[in-house]
Write a protein that binds this ligand. Sequence first.
Ligand code: HEC
Ligand code: HEC
Ligand code: HEC
Ligand code: HEC
Ligand code: HEC
Length: 371
Amino acid sequence: MKIILSLLLLYSFSFSLNQYPSSESCNECHENIYREHAKSMHHKSSLFKDEIHAKVKNAVNKDKYKCAICHMPATKNLRAVMSGEEQPNPKSYRQTDGVSCFFCHQISKIYDSKAHKINFSNYNGEKKPTVFGNLKKPYESNEHHSKNNEIYKNSEVCMGCHSHKQNSHGFEVCNTKNQYDKTSDCIGCHMPSTPGTIEKKNKGLRESYKSHEFLGVHSNEMVKKAVKLELSYKDEKINLIISNKMGHSIITHPMRLKFAKTVVKRDGKIIWSNFKDSPLEDKKATFIIVLKDAKDNPSMPHEAVGYKINQNLKAATSVNISYDIKLQRGDEITTTWISYIVNPKIAKKLDIKTKELIKPYIGASESIMVY
Ligand code: HEC
Ligand code: HEC
Ligand code: HEC
Ligand code: HEC
Ligand code: HEC
């Protein structure tokens, strides 16, 4: 009996050493990075922490969770959750951790595939795993070995989930590659260097680390960097140039709505605007994807076979818009970039309640006076 008990203890001890590391376990040494990651959409990517994702998932399929391969990739029972054999379990940290620290840092290769690219994980349960990164001469830690891998430098590591995704009809519903089908410098824009230590004791003697907030469309600060707006007034025309400053299309995901609102003020009162009720009244200044199903009706991504509306702008390109209008000296023209995480129409349909998810995010703004 004693022997069995100690064998059991021994077994459970070695099992705990072999456990898949939770994101929280990295906090012991990487507290700056963990603090940021815990607020990021990567940490909140699973159906437990993202209201929009959970509601869309339920509209697509109540039983199967095929999305897990990108939204909950660290789970042990990935296949079973995807096929619906097993249901997501809020008590499993490997599930609630979403795109976890350890999952990302185990990706060693990205494979091409039609429906979406595929992450190859290096993990095979070893006691002291090897994490990949881009540090010059990483200090050897007790917790893990470290190894350089080119894909953490050239941003390929992002593409296993972000490159593109086809639905079951073979239609591409989202895409973050650029127009040349190349990976842009995702890391350069989304992981800026931040003053602080990489690891608590700063054994590597470093002054900065790469941010892990992964800010995007949920951040006012980033939405301000999305486009450049240029205004001029000549020959009874307002001219507006919208330039995409990002490394990908303006619309990467079909939930979004982004547009430029232009108004003219005379004596402090608005006398003209480019639309009244819906930004779609001014299609050229609106960026939106409306998908359609086989019967030509507007549809959710999983039923889509084509576009009903496809108003998008590729990476590093511009669109010129002009409005015919007779203005007088002293009139003020203002154009403002506005971005919605979920198109308000869809938000209403899905009954999204969280305020942060339905409010408009205000981006760049440009004003000129008519002389
Ligand atoms: C190939 C990987 C992949 C698969 C599979 C996948 N997604 Fe996503 N999903 C992403 C990525 C990457 C983003 C972020 C895209 C962006 O913001 O442009 C995302 C974002 C979303 C968003 C926006 C969430 C927000 O908070 O704004 C929703 C909703 C969503 N996915 C639903 C789903 C559903 C439902 C499924 C399964 C039916 C699914 N996804 C399958 C990669 C994937
Ligand atoms: C006991 C402390 C400790 C823990 C716990 C720890 N690390 Fe580290 N980690 C380090 C040290 C030390 C370095 C080297 C830092 C340096 O060189 O400046 C490092 C470096 C890294 C690097 C950079 C590797 C490279 O080659 O670029 C990554 C990635 C990393 N850790 C990920 C993780 C993840 C993910 C976790 C949680 C699963 C984790 N670490 C837990 C101490 C730790
Ligand atoms: C294992 C899959 C996976 C990998 C690898 C991955 N992402 Fe993501 N990423 C996601 C998913 C899923 C979301 C959407 C989460 C949600 O909104 O529910 C997301 C969200 C984001 C967002 C936030 C967008 C917003 O809505 O504000 C940014 C920015 C981002 N990823 C950039 C990157 C970059 C840069 C890399 C490479 C260093 C990367 N991701 C690697 C799956 C991944
Ligand atoms: C030149 C800078 C730049 C580069 C390069 C870049 N991004 Fe972005 N990205 C941004 C900005 C700014 C935003 C926020 C504004 C917005 O979403 O409209 C953004 C938004 C996003 C979003 C959220 C978009 C949405 O509407 O859901 C995702 C996801 C994302 N980026 C991933 C990536 C990935 C993956 C790469 C590499 C292929 C990449 N980014 C390259 C600047 C960049
Ligand atoms: C979406 C994927 C992704 C997730 C999630 C992620 N990382 Fe990273 N991490 C990266 C990439 C890519 C780099 C390399 C950036 C570069 O080029 O220097 C990196 C760099 C690092 C480094 C080296 C520091 C530096 O300044 O380069 C450490 C340490 C690290 N990550 C730890 C963590 C920890 C701890 C977590 C969770 C709290 C985490 N990472 C979550 C992608 C990720």
